[in-house]
Design a protein around this ligand. Structure first.
Ligand code: ZN
Length: 279
């Protein structure tokens, strides 16, 4: 949890961002929650009546503050999309909670921020098509399930084949990578798919989940990317979107390296790349 305060501090300290570039999100409305999550699930969250089993699947004890926090984070991703329409790119310091399904949460995810943002923008007519590029080391199973029958949202997940979740959902495009993949093969595989997707789909918005649990230092990841490789990954995605003038909303996603400094460095790199491209 410390990364959510340390990351903005670092970005301000080093001058990658200034205070005026930050925004604070309001809590997401119930209406927006219900475009993605079921009324049954939302009422259990709101009333604190999840069963012990349901709470265990999420992975932390459910408190009202956590629900409130989740609502702000999800609104943050929606706000990012709207800032991205204006500025080209915007980043949520948190988010990327892609293991949340329409009617349950798991893997530390309560609300699916990207799904919520995409559904809201579709409902308001702000977009007609979205592409989700999920490069967290874990498959975006909740996102894949939520959009399984939604042709206007294309879900692309590139992840560790042997990572959580054991039972994968079907995204529109899944690339499951073997353990120890490493920079070279990873970046080559990504570029083999990325450009075709962007050019073929011409989405109105790209949601990019930039989890840094792909690092070799990660306790949960298995893909063995270096810090440099992880940064090149971000550059590849952002450069391709920038070149095509496609707005990008970024959610940070996971990062579980032993040393917090490495997690901060990898997330900060995403901001540094964005800042260098979009200045
Ligand atoms: Zn992850």
């Amino acid at each position: 949890m410390d990364k959510y305060t340390l990351l903005p501090e670092q970005l301000l300290y080093e001058g990658t961002l200034t205070e005026s570039q930050f925004f604070t999100a309001a809590p997401l409305t119930e209406e927006a929650i219900l475009r993605t999550h079921t009324a049954a699930y939302w009422s259990k969250l709101r009333d604190g009546s999840l069963s012990a089993k349901e709470a265990r699947a999420i992975g932390f004890p459910m408190r009202p503050e956590l629900i409130a926090r989740g609502r702000v984070i999800a609104q943050g991703t929606l706000d990012c999309a709207r800032y991205a329409f204006r500025d080209g790119v915007a980043l949520n310091i948190a988010g990327g909670t892609h293991h949340a399904f329409a009617d349950w949460g798991e893997g530390f995810c309560v609300f699916n921020d990207i799904a919520i943002a995409a559904n809201e923008l579709l409902a308001t007519g702000e977009i007609e098509r979205a592409l989700i590029i999920d490069l967290d080391v874990h498959q975006g199973n909740g996102t894949a399930s939520i959009f399984a029958h939604e042709p206007r949202v294309f879900t692309f997940s590139m992840h560790g084949a042997r990572n959580y979740p054991t039972r994968k959902e079907r995204s529109d495009l899944d690339i499951g990578l073997p353990d120890g993949t490493g920079d070279e093969v990873y970046l080559e595989t990504l570029s083999n798919h990325l450009y075709g997707l962007l050019d073929g789909l011409r989405p109105d918005i790209v949601f990019y989940l930039s989890g840094v649990d792909v690092l070799e230092s990660d306790k949960l990841g298995r893909l063995s990317l270096s810090l440099r490789g992880c940064m090149e990954r971000d550059r590849l995605v952002l450069h391709a979107c920038h070149e095509r003038a496609l707005p990008v909303a970024i959610s940070m996603g996971g990062g579980y390296s032993e040393r917090l400094a490495i997690i901060i460095e990898a997330h900060a790199n995403t901001y540094r790349v964005a800042s260098s491209l979009y200045d």
